[in-house]
Ligand binder design. Sequence first.
Ligand SMILES: Cc1ncc(COP(=O)(O)O)c(C=O)c1O
Length: 362
Amino acid sequence: MRDMIRDEVRAAPPYAFQEALGDVKLDQNEAPRDLPEAVRRRLLDRLADADWNRYPALRAEEAHRALAERDGWHPEGVLLAPGSNVLIQTVVIAAGLGRTVLTVEPTFSVYGQQARLLGAKHVSVPLQSPGFTLDVEGIERALKQGPGVWFLADPAAPTGNRHDDGAVERLLDVAREEGWLTVIDEAYWPYDRRHRLDQVRGQPDRIALRTFSKADAMGGVRLGYALGATETISELTKVVLPFNVSTWQSTAVALLAADAEANAAREARIEEAIEERARVYATLEAMERVDVHPSVTNFLLFSVPDAKWVYDQLLEAGIRIRRQDHLPGLDGHLRVSMGTPNENDRFLDALTRVLNLEVTHG
Ligand SMILES: Cc1ncc(COP(=O)(O)O)c(C=O)c1O
């Protein structure tokens, strides 16, 4: 019975996410505010007019055009999918199988998880401290043993920093010389207001990954996309399953990418997250026994003397954040997403109380 399932799958742990209770939800880097009511209504009206009995368009042209317009790209260089996670898997299938998947460590866990599940070789190069910087020589050495797919989250997750421009450019050049496909995962770029599309434009060996789950406040709808050269995107399109973007999903993208009110609300959400990041950072920095890392994203990574205990105590106070202390190099670390000012205050108050308790707990 067990032999029916491939060894790689049986050896893999389930995705590490603990569904937790608690009314302040700061554990998945989502947008804390939903779309404006009028935008939701417009979307529902469009869905009411759509044909639900028919398969969606094979290539969701309107959605691809709207995204291309929003990001200043060409529509044939856009690939929409039900979440950027799906595209991570697509890229591993297209360019990583029988080759290598290269990541830094720690990073977004899905890259390595997909590599292992699909049976690709996973090589990871630890980030350097302080500051979680790229080990340029180490990554160069790994790139020389390729080719395959190299995933770089920039802004980085879960460390929250932006990687050095010179280091990234040098590594992008080496990756090209060695025949790698480079994926720059820009899930958090809106909170840094900087991206690397100029290094992707016109470069068939590079793609950028983006998601609607964070700044676009659409985590529940599952939408992500890749931007790349026409020839690369058309190869990746062969790998994604036909009709994998539903009429509901493509309708949402077509409306949101072009809706002025939706875009203004998105800007306001980003602005609020950036302001809250500065405020929460300053408060955490002033706390004794907390070590917080600078971030250009909508979350902060920090360490405390006893991460499991602090996490459990916060949960009891109704505050859900995310443990990161199981990841290599992140002993004692927790991650908190930026919520509304009120949610962030509740988190900070609870943390202050818990840390005072912890002194007695020992
Ligand atoms: C770096 C990074 N990439 C991709 C994703 C997944 O995005 P999606 O919801 O589009 O699958 C996340 C989600 O947390 C992320 O942190």
